[in-house]
Ligand binder design. Structure first.
Ligand code: NAP
Length: 281
C-alpha cells in the first residue's frame, strides 16, 4: 500500500486552517512564521516557496527575509535578534544550507528556543533527548505521524534507520525508541546493510542516495518510509528507495514526491501554531 503523506498533510493543514480562522478574533492576531533565506540555492528556493504556500493555506502570516549569498553573519544574527523580540512573530526558520562562511550552529543557537519551529536549537535537541517538552523537528515528527496513519505501533518492533544526521536520522531514532521500538542506526560504515534491513519491521531510509534500498533488502510486510530527496539523471525528484522493487515486498511504502516532504511542511505549520498558542496563551 502506498502511504501518502500528501493526503495526510492536506488533512492536517485543513484542520489547522479551521482553528486559525478563529484566532484573529480570539487573540487579535494570527500566527506568524518568519523565514530567513540566504542566496539562491535552487532546492532552498523551492522549499521556501512550498512553505509560503502552506502558510497561505493554513492562514499563517508569512514573512520571508531574503539575503544575498555574501551576507555577513552579524547581519543575520541582528535580524534574528530583532525577530526574537518581535511580539508578533511566533516562529523563526533559517533555511539550510547556509553559505560556508556562516557558522550554522551560531545562527541556529541565536533563535529563541520557543520560536525555533524547526526544532534544531541545542536546547530543543537536549530536551528531545531528555524526554522533556520541546519543539519536535518537523521531518521526524512527520515520519511518526505517517506510521500512526498506517496504524503501525512501533512498540516491540525492529526499526532500522539508515542515516545518522542531526536533522533526520538521530531524532527519528530517538522518537522510535521513545515509542518502544528496538532501533538500529545504520550509516556509511555499517557492514552488510542488507543483512540488517532484512530483519526490520520498519525501515526509515534517510541517506540521500537514490536507489539505496532495493526490494531484496526488504522483508515481506515491512513498513518503509523514504525520506530521501534526490535528483535522478533526468533531473526528476526521487527518494532513496527503489519504489518499483520495494513496493512488491513492503506492506506500506511512502512515495517521493508526496510522502515525507509534505509531512515535514504540515508539521512546520503545526509547530508554528503551537508556538503561537504558547505566546498568546
Ligand atoms: P546527511 O546529513 O547527508 O546524512 C545522510 C546520512 O546517511 C549520513 O549519516 C550517512 O552516513 C548516511 N548514508 C549515506 N549514504 C549511505 C549509504 N550508502 N549507506 C548507509 N548510510 C548512508 O543527510 P540528511 O540531512 O539526513 O538528509 C538525508 C536525505 O533526506 C537527503 O536526501 C535529504 O534531502 C532528505 N531530507 C528530506 C526531508 C523531507 O522533508 N522529505 C527533510 C530532510 C532531509 P555517515 O554519517 O556515515 O556519513
Amino acid at each position: 500500500m502506498i502511504l501518502s503523506g500528501k493526503n495526510l498533510s492536506d488533512r492536517i493543514k485543513a484542520g489547522l486552517a479551521e482553528k486559525v480562522r478563529g484566532y484573529a478574533d480570539a487573540y487579535g492576531r494570527r500566527p506568524c512564521l518568519a523565514v530567513i533565506l540566504v542566496g539562491e540555492d535552487p532546492g532552498s528556493l523551492i522549499y521556501v516557496r512550498n512553505k509560503e504556500r502552506a502558510c497561505t493555506e493554513v492562514g499563517i502570516r508569512n514573512i520571508t527575509l531574503r539575503f544575498p549569498e555574501d551576507v555577513e553573519q552579524s547581519v543575520l544574527s541582528e535580524e534574528i535578534s530583532r525577530l526574537n523580540s518581535d511580539g508578533e512573530v511566533d516562529g523563526i526558520l533559517v533555511q539550510l544550507p547556509l553559505p560556508a562562511h556562516i557558522d550554522k550552529n551560531v545562527i541556529i543557537s541565536a533563535i529563541r528556543k520557543d520560536k525555533d519551529v524547526d526544532g534544531f536549537h541545542p536546547l530543543n535537541v537536549a530536551a528531545l533527548w531528555q524526554k522533556a517538552p520541546c519543539m519536535l523537528p518537523c521531518t521526524p515528527k512527520g515520519i511518526m505521524r505517517l506510521l500512526e496513519e498506517a496504524g503501525v505501533d512501533p512498540k516491540g518492533k525492529r526499526a532500522v534507520v539508515i542515516g545518522r544526521s542531526n536533522i533526520v536520522g538521530l531524532p527519528v531514532s530517538k522518537l522510535l525508541l521513545d515509542a518502544n521500538a528496538t532501533v538500529t542506526i545504520c550509516h556509511t560504515r555499517t557492514a552488510d546493510l542488507p543483512s540488517i534491513t532484512r530483519q526490520a519491521d520498519i525501515i526509515i531510509c534517510a541517506a540521500g542516495r537514490a536507489g539505496l534500498l532495493t526490494g531484496d533488502m526488504v522483508p515481506e510486510g515491512a513498513v518503509v518510509i523514504d525520506v530521501g530527496m534526490n535528483r535522478n539523471a533526468e533531473g526528476k525528484l526521487c527518494g532513496d528507495v527503489d519504489f518499483e522493487s520495494v513496493s512488491r515486498k513492503a506492506a506500506y511504502v511512502t512515495p517521493v514526491p508526496g510522502g515525507v516532504g509534505p509531512m515535514t511542511i504540515a508539521c512546520l505549520m503545526e509547530n508554528t501554531v503551537e508556538a503561537f498558542l504558547r505566546h498568546v496563551g
